[in-house]
Design a protein around this ligand. Sequence first.
Ligand code: FRU
Length: 527
Amino acid sequence: MKNIKLLLLIFATGLFLLASCQSTKLKTNDLSYEYGETYRPLVHFSPPAKWMNDPNGLVFFEGEYHLFYQYYPDAMVWGPMHWGHAVSTDLVHWQNLPIALYPDSLGYIFSGSAVIDINNTSGLGKPGKPAMIAIFCYHSPVLEKAGKDNYQTQGMAYSLDKGRTWTKYAGNPILPNPGMRDFRDPKVSWNAEIKKWIMTLATGDCVSFYSSPNLKKWTFESKFGKNEGAHGGVWECPDLIKMPVKNVKGELKWVLLVSVNPGGPNGGSATQYFTGSFDGHRFTSDNVKTRWIDYGKDNYAGVTYSGIPQNDGRCLMIGWMSNWQYAAAVPTTPWRSAMTFPRQLNLEKGKDEYYITSNPVEEIERLHERKATIKPFEIKDKTELTKQIPFELSPIEVIADFELPKTGASSEFGFELYNSKNENIIVAYNNTSKNFIINRENSGKNDFSKDFKGIQLSGEMKTDSIISIHLIIDMASVELFGQLGKVSMTDIFFPNEPFKDLRVYSKNGIVKCKGLTIYKLNNIWKH
Ligand code: FRU
């Protein structure tokens, strides 16, 4: 009898443990969310639940775009970092996959990159089966608590089944810490000139470059940036890319993306870029002023895809659509944060400098569900558009061209999306100061952070008389691509009621809307 009781107790305990394991599993990695909650992005990637920040390990392999991301599966605020994982075959529809990388005794898994080791330089692949290799920063909370400076090191993990399962490399860390508090965010790419891998690493107030023949042993090459660019905060998430100059046949140039937090053009975190040259060892910039990938408040830690096939050749970037100033306080549940719409970056040569243009990837066309075309018209004050658009206003894509007359031209014009509570989000062009504006002063909930409310301005534009505005508007975000992508601005917002009405306005004069097309976009989670 005693034995039976004991057996029953063991059985019951077992059942309890199993059940609690199951519920933790569900809580931490439930992929079955409906994606229909208030503020849930419908054309942007967001995790099913819990906290997300930077995109990591962006890599294309065998028909799939991988999106790994900084993920804390146990809370809606930042915590011990994992790599969450999703894949897409078209950059717009995403399939959530189980967590790829978990913290281990060396630390949390901070930001990093992924490559396909086609030539098996690491020896971790198998014949005909190149390894997908993730190179990331280990952040040791133990060393940090012990007051040491060397708590960030670089580690590596590999997968032989298209990123579905991962093995940490036994020789980790692959790059120990030389005694710097900020030593993170490795972005690795193959350098064809020196036939080595180059690692771009964020090291406080500069970027450090390392090289390696096999991804396992790294040699310091050089540093860049202590006295260049914006330094309002620490440098993070660098990315070195070789890009063709779109309007100069045969010319290639190097571009270095560097995120900085804080110190962005409109406060908080943002991403700057440098154009220049890289000889396999050292980067030299030709910037004359600081330049930004995005002037809005909500595009940070953006990096580009590796492994894009040569016959495609596009430079594709995804950023984190939030800002460290308030990311942990935004009023969404049960998740926090989304990614920007994937963007194609191009490098162009202007009169005095090379510059980057950003535009939504052309795959956005796959989401076009309905179309409203509005005939050219003149705007003197306000023109309501809602009645001419036979569908709901989010998510939508807006493509418009405006022409400013030589005399009597408007001093500011743009779009106002609004609701019956008198809340709005305004995207406009100021023709006096010559910059684009996103105004979310009155866009709904904003008391969760003193840094949220406000008006964002782009840098000054040298524009002609035609102003082009291209918008992606989701349930809680707007992305502006102005002047065919010469300016981009990304902002999130949280109205107390969805924005159902749209008008265009002009102040102190006239502007002509030459063409206006609005697409209703399909919900990417319902297909
Ligand atoms: C950038 C960043 C990285 C770091 C990660 C931690 O947003 O601070 O520098 O690796 O987030 O989650």
